[in-house]
Design a protein around this ligand. Structure first.
Ligand code: SF4
Ligand code: SF4
Length: 295
């Protein structure tokens, strides 16, 4: 069972929910759930789960290097590159590594075989063991590097769960390619939102990803300070169950700022997270059965 925890924007408490879900399940599951921090631009789950890392591996993509002695400056590589990562200016062929996606098209199509592909490091993946025996793996994108997707893909392929082991994926914020890369393959998408117009706007976008990828989803409303009618109506209309409501409380906010997990600040939430996971299991099984009937 893979549960991806996402939010349409940063700062909604996505990592708070993901880490407390992992800690709550670690008490009742063996092996403990595997935690994957795919928020590679700003990973912060380690602040709450406090892993000790045992292994680290660089992640790179292959970028082109042009041999000017062989290049005829025909411009074929620049034409084929949809990311504008290579350009021919007069008698010079320039590569812009920051724009390159490492697709290899330019090297494959260069008529003079003037392009060699060389590895370019963009970040690392690392794993270890966190609190309560939780296996923890994360990707970290190097500062200034824009390509989060190769790191997320590498992380998901590098550290695989044992048979039957629950996986909690901390998804990057937003709704762009890194989010889709992190969410792909999940059995359930837990959408964390706030009861505000901005929160609802971003929830709409995140819910669209769940719809498009056909992943069953549910909502956690964080920092609730009274009901927000528009959010309630949206969830009802979209058949998105509200699986948990966490009130706005100063003590919770202060504890999180100190690096405490929600279930440490409020131990009574452990049971609520376990119950929520039971609901997630039931919802995803219903969806699987419905898909089988449709087939
Ligand atoms: S396709 Fe090859 S030969 Fe043509 S400009 Fe690019 S590197 Fe040079
Ligand atoms: S490898 Fe792909 S993305 Fe990079 S410069 Fe060549 S064609 Fe463009």
């Amino acid at each position: 069972m893979i549960v991806a925890v996402a939010s349409g924007k940063g700062g909604t408490g996505k990592t708070t929910i993901a880490t407390s879900l992992a800690l709550s399940l670690a008490v009742e599951q063996s092996p403990a759930p595997l935690f994957l921090d795919c928020d590679v631009e700003a990973p912060n789950a380690h602040l709450f789960l406090k892993p000790t890392f045992k292994q680290s591996e660089p992640v790179g993509i292959l970028i082109p290097v042009v041999d000017e002695a062989c290049c005829t400056h025909c411009g074929r590589c620049a034409e084929i590159c949809q990311y504008h990562a290579i350009a021919v200016l007069g008698k010079k062929t320039l590569v812009f590594p920051q724009l390159c996606h490492g697709c290899g098209s330019c090297a494959a199509l260069c008529p003079e075989k003037a392009i060699e592909e060389v590895p370019n490091k963009i970040g690392v993946v690392e794993h270890g063991t966190a609190r309560d025996g939780i296996p923890f793996a994360r990707g970290v994108l190097d500062v200034g590097e824009p390509m989060a997707v190769p790191i997320i893909r590498r992380l998901k392929n590098w550290f695989r769960p044992q048979p039957g082991q629950t996986v909690i994926v901390d998804v990057p914020p937003g709704t762009s390619c890194p989010v889709v890369a992190a969410v792909r393959g999940a059995d359930f998408l837990l959408l964390v939102t706030e009861p505000t117009p901005f929160g609802l706007h971003d929830l709409r976008l995140a819910a669209q990803i769940a719809r498009e990828l056909e992943i069953p989803a549910g909502v956690v409303i964080n920092r609730e300070n009274g009901r927000f009618a528009d959010l309630e109506s949206f969830c009802e209309a979209e058949h998105l169950p509200i699986l948990m409501r966490i009130p706005f409380e100063r003590a919770i906010a202060e504890g999180i700022a100190r690096g405490q997990a929600l279930v440490e600040i409020r131990p009574e939430y452990q049971e609520r997270f376990q119950e929520m996971f039971a609901q997630i299991l039931a919802a995803s099984q219903t969806m699987t059965t419905a898909r089988e009937i449709i087939k």
